[in-house]
Design a binder for this molecule. Structure first.
Ligand code: AP5
Length: 228
């Protein structure tokens, strides 16, 4: 779990849909200046752009399944070639299968990037449906909110940018969430053992207060610093 003292950190956030990967990744980006690499966001951008990969991903995402390893690994490979990743990366929603985890191991070695920690956000499935069904984001700046857990301070106005348009994700329905949770337990949960075997796994209790969870994640981040 260590690396050179001043090297940019590479972190994986593991956890089911609604665990708070996106919410917490943004906090760590603000604090550490890392790049958030969310395969969900990259796939949604590909769908919007109407690329071949986006067209293939669209139907699968609407059904709550997993997009093919081939498409996702190619997207991540391309993204890791961009110069900004030199600042360090937080993987959010990747890897999600053992094939993706093996591909990432190889990619990191090839690109000379060290993995500092894979952090599992531990949550109860039952709470995830409620979290996901209340979620919305600012259409202008992407700031995330929740009807009950993180409401707007002024109704109808984004706290972060003052935007007044908001969006809800097409796959945030009760039926789709059930499929996404099922895919998580079948395909992604086995990655906990993969990273445990590498000595890279850390666990954070991700039920409860968002600020407390961020603070626990910062403790893990600080523990990944190698002694000077
Ligand atoms: P993706 O976009 O990655 O979605 P996900 O993993 O299902 O995760 P979510 O974004 O739903 O949840 P999150 O953990 O980020 O939680 P958030 O912080 O938003 O993937 C979407 C789809 O793309 C997949 O289903 C798949 O089809 C495809 N895909 C993506 N990556 C892929 C890959 N690698 N391989 C194959 N297919 C892939 O929080 C949720 C809500 O809860 C928010 O409203 C937030 O405000 C609130 N909240 C957060 N923390 C708390 C808390 N502590 N208490 C109360 N509320 C909280």
């Amino acid at each position: 779990m260590d690396g050179p003292a001043n090297s940019p950190r590479t972190i994986i956030l593991l956890g089911p849909p609604g665990a708070g990967k996106g919410t917490q990744a943004k906090k760590l980006v603000e604090r550490y200046g890392l790049v958030q690499l969310s395969t969900g966001d990259l796939l949604r951008a590909a769908v919007k752009a109407g690329t071949d990969a986006g067209r293939a991903a669209d139907k699968v995402m609407k059904e709550g399944g997993l997009v093919s390893d081939e498409i996702v690994i190619a997207i991540v490979n391309d993204r890791l070639d961009a110069p900004d990743v030199a600042a360090g990366v937080i993987f959010d929603g990747f890897p999600r299968t053992t094939a993706q985890a093996s591909a990432l191991d190889d990619l990191l070695v090839r690109k000379g990037i060290a993995l500092h920690a894979a952090i599992l956000l531990e949550v109860d499935d039952a709470a995830m449906v409620e979290r996901i069904s209340g979620r919305f984001t600012c259409a202008a700046c992407g700031e995330g909110y929740h009807d009950s857990f993180k409401p707007l301070q002024t109704p109808g106005v984004c706290d972060a940018c003052g935007g007044m348009e908001f969006a809800r994700r097409a796959d945030d329905t009760a039926e789709t969430v059930a499929g996404r949770l099922q895919a998580y337990h079948a395909e992604t949960a086995p990655l906990v053992a993969h990273y445990d075997a590498q000595g890279a796994l850390a666990r954070v209790d991700a039920m409860g207060d968002i600020k407390r969870i961020t603070s626990d994640l910062i403790d893990v981040m600080e523990a990944t610093r190698a002694p000077a």
